[in-house]
Design a binder for this molecule. Sequence first.
Ligand SMILES: [Ca+2]
Ligand SMILES: [Ca+2]
Ligand SMILES: [Ca+2]
Length: 151
Amino acid sequence: MMCSLHQLQVLVMIISLLSSVTSRTCGNGWEHENGRCYKFVRFRTNFVGAMYFCKQLGGGLAEIDDHNEYKTVVRLAKARTFPDFYIGLTDAFSEGNWIQASSYNFQTYFIWSPGEPNNNNRNQDCVRVRSHDSKMDDISCSAHRHFVCEK
Ligand SMILES: [Ca+2]
Ligand SMILES: [Ca+2]
Ligand SMILES: [Ca+2]
């Protein structure tokens, strides 16, 4: 088989073009927003199960770093009438100190529902975003909720 240098160059160009397209589009079932990929997972599990599932998909539970990211995630959730969902935020290590579940960074951005976080029954160390007001609420990590992954 004859293969000229020019043909090889074209082939290499096509391959690199294809791989850049796939890396930009996040993959099937993911939303691409502001350079991040989000997946809204439509089954319920506990916090650890949600973390594990997101990790299997090559990401982690969504970590909301700032108000812009919050607005993005809430907009995507509302667009698909998504129920309450877990985000990657926990104070399980130290009560009242909120840590991002995958990156282990201290959380600096919060938008709590009124009266939250209340650590109800001294057993609320994980965080959901409520569907009715789109704000954060600490809940028990064993509660089963939908969740959002990020990568
Ligand atoms: Ca994030
Ligand atoms: Ca707590
Ligand atoms: Ca609470």
